[in-house]
Design a protein. Structure first.
Length: 701
């Protein structure tokens, strides 16, 4: 439970939000000690409150520049020499792993590299053709399944036809399609459907394809204009006088043709090629073939009969490519007895990049490996192509179902937005069930809306069952990935990384991880890798780190619990800043995989118990908050009453083993006050609840 007061942060300098706005520049401010109270309170058997420690801190900022010009030059030279990169350190900075102790962990446990762990990627989709996403470090398929949970790639194939005597079927687009005689179809029933291919492409890919197609079309149109103009000129030379009515009509026809061709360039509108889809049952599996021959006019490529049939991706793990022009890979899944075919493409490079950070494997370039190269993936596309990659509730629900059905160990969701009601809603209820009942560990980005307070996004920074990750940048990352000439001497949180607390008093950010990387992107981008930064990149970095922990726990037979793993992560972090207020930005600190695993090994015999404390203000019978968040002079200069309700959360099977009762709770209550007065939090145990009273100094009870 946390008690926060944000008023003391008024007057802080405005920090740049964009990573392009000098995010690593140290602000010219110094820190001065002023009163700050840090209280530990607990309810004993007699219900008496006790204060076990008092430490006074606070923050005040004032301009300070004590260094001379010579000293500044010396410091700059020292920084430059400290972060001069060679080839190996430069490559390592592109995919940061050392910062969270991955190198130390894998040196001690080389086979605990994510093997045996399955990660569900809730994102924009993953390209199976992207670099490093084909196999794991031990030779297994990297991507187990690829699903479109949004329905944006669905093709209605409920219409059933039969082939004519020549082996042709009439496609849903009206095209006559030749079937391959080697395709087995005992029923001789063919399910047909069609779709505009631009409905499957991202906006950027569609824009590129339109430019390429218009360039080719314009060339042909200019040739047609030249030919029409030539015919008109020849006619005028041959018939300088066109008094005859027939000749007038001929010339008028030639002129109209020329005018029409010239207007075509102005009214050009490319709706994109139409693809025909044919599905059938070969006696054992549902097969899908796609006709893409009209991608390039006059080309013989892409005809239906030449297509190598696909089936559900999870069965054979094969994918197709629409054409060489787009280089966009896709997979298929068949539902409802062939009446629905899902063509799965990604709706942005984001999901592939996230997957690469978590677990890419490059056998020839190990420094560019993801954090857990031995882990396998399941791609659950939650970004709807029709909505510009925005997620939907239906897509999220389907993704959770898929993660449970595939028996995933981890979920990474680098998606989120602001919310009015933190830790609330149907999706959150389902997440709680997935974590508590099925023991999946859910990791998500905290948001990129910092540095203001209470900017953490949903669900990563606002939900108790989800581990919210903040974005950290190390000196090596600043120098290597961002080419900063004078990187900071120490690591720091990106200025745009969202801060807590949540509006209902929760910390918001759990831990931090590197928030940038050069990672694989889809083939349609015509690049192998790309630099991206954000808490979207920090989340898979942390997720890969947890995959290493789970790999070791599985190998050593240690019971896996989301609560155990979270406790280990939060208790073994490396502090990023000594300032108390920075905990709202960095969470408990920078995660350290090797320390967390040692913690797990030493505490493996302890019960996996988790509880949360809900707060009910005076006069409210139902708990509405997870902490006490006092903000503003009005809240800080008067007494406040509340009640605490500890709620135990145990996994079902563990409840039978450990009948744990909460006789008393030890709570850490940090308070940040603008009035620089200490607050006391008094508790009185009444059954399962504790009553509390918060008093500024000088108030009497």
């Amino acid at each position: 439970m946390g008690v926060y007061n944000a008023e003391c942060l008024r007057g802080l300098p405005s920090l740049p939000k964009s990573p392009n706005s000098r995010p690593f520049l140290s602000t010219p401010y110094s820190v001065l000690p002023l009163p700050y109270s840090h209280l530990f309170t607990g309810g004993g058997s007699q219900g008496a409150a006790r204060v076990t420690s008092q430490i006074f801190w606070a923050m005040s900022f004032s301009p300070s520049d004590p260094l001379s010009v010579e000293e500044k030059t010396a410091v700059k030279s020292e920084r430059l020499s400290s972060f001069r990169l060679n080839e190996s350190t430069f490559l390592a900075s592109l995919m940061p792993k050392k910062e969270i102790g991955v190198d130390r962990f894998l040196e001690a446990h080389p086979t605990y590299d994510g093997r045996g762990v399955v990660i569900a990627i809730f994102d924009s989709g993953v390209d199976p053709a992207a670099a490093g996403l084909q196999t794991t470090s031990d030779g297994k398929p990297k991507i187990i399944d690829i699903l479109d949970c949004t329905g944006s790639g669905d093709v209605d194939t409920s219409k059933v036809v039969k082939a004519d005597a020549d082996g042709y079927v009439m496609g849903a687009s009206g095209a006559r399609l030749l079937l391959n005689s080697s395709w087995k179809n005992p029923s001789q029933e063919w399910h047909i459907g069609c779709k505009l291919v631009y409905e499957l492409f991202t906006n950027s890919l569609t824009s590129r394809i339109k430019k390429e197609r218009k360039k080719k079309w314009s060339t042909k149109n200019q040739e047609a204009i030249s030919e029409a103009l030539k015919h008109l000129n020849e006619f005028d030379k041959k018939h300088p006088k066109t008094e005859d009515s027939k000749l007038k009509r001929v010339r008028e026809d030639l002129q109209n043709k020329l005018d029409f061709l010239r207007k075509q360039d102005e009214s050009y509108d490319d709706r994109g090629p139409v693809i025909d889809v044919v599905a059938w049952n070969d006696g054992g599996l549902w097969r899908v073939a796609v006709d893409t021959h009209n991608f390039e006019d006059g080309s013989e490529q892409g005809k239906l009969a030449d297509f190598i049939p696909l089936t559900n991706y999870r069965i054979e793990r094969k994918y197709g490519i629409f054409s060489n022009l787009d280089a966009c890979s896709f997979v298929t899944n068949v539902y409802d007895e062939g009446n629905l075919v899902s063509i799965v493409t990604d709706c942005s490079p984001h999901g592939t990049h996230v997957s690469g950070i978590a677990s890419a494997f490059h056998s020839e370039e190990p420094l560019l490996n993801g954090v857990a190269p031995g882990a396998q993936l399941i791609s659950c596309k939650i970004g709807d192509t029709r909505l510009g990659s925005m997620e939907t509730g239906t897509g999220l629900t389907r993704a959770l179902i898929a993660a449970v059905e595939h028996k995933c160990d981890l979920i990474n969701m680098s998606y989120g937005e602001p919310t009015l009601l933190p830790d609330y809603g149907r999706f959150i209820d389902l997440v709680n069930e997935v974590v508590d009942k099925h023991r999946l560990i859910f990791i998500s980005s905290a948001g990129n809306n910092g540095p203001a307070l209470s900017t953490v996004g949903a669900p990563g920074g606002t939900s108790s069952s989800i581990i919210g990750i903040g974005a950290y940048v190390s000196p090596a990352m600043a120098a290597g990935a961002h080419c900063v000439v004078e990187p900071p001497p120490e690591g720091m949180e990106y200025t745009w990384s969202s801060r807590g607390p949540t509006v209902d008093g929760d910390l918001g950010v759990s831990v931090s991880a590197p928030g940038g990387a050069v990672a694989p992107v889809p083939t349609w981008t015509l690049q192998r890798r790309m630099l991206m930064n954000g808490t979207s990149m920090a989340s898979p970095s942390a997720c890969g780190g947890v995959a290493l922990l789970l790999s070791g726990m599985k190998a050593e037979g240690i019971f896996i619990s989301p609560y155990t793993v979270r406790k280990a992560l939060e208790n073994t972090t490396s502090p990023i800043s000594d300032l108390p207020v920075e905990k709202l930005t960095t969470g408990h600190g920078l995660m350290q995989v090797d320390r967390a695993y040692e913690y797990i090994q030493q505490s493996k015999n302890l019960p996996s118990v988790c509880y949360k404390v809900l707060i009910s203000p005076a006069g409210k019978s139902t708990p509405i908050s997870r902490g006490i968040y006092l903000r503003g002079d009005c809240s800080c200069q008067q007494s406040s009453e509340c009640s605490n309700f500890p709620c135990r959360r145990l996994q079902q099977e563990f409840c039978e083993l450990h009948r744990t009762k909460l006789h008393g709770i030890l709570c850490t209550v940090p308070i940040i006050s603008t009035v620089c007065k200490q607050f006391f939090f008094r508790t009185l145990l009444q059954g399962s609840a504790c009553n509390g009273l918060i008093l500024p100094v000088g108030f009497s009870i």
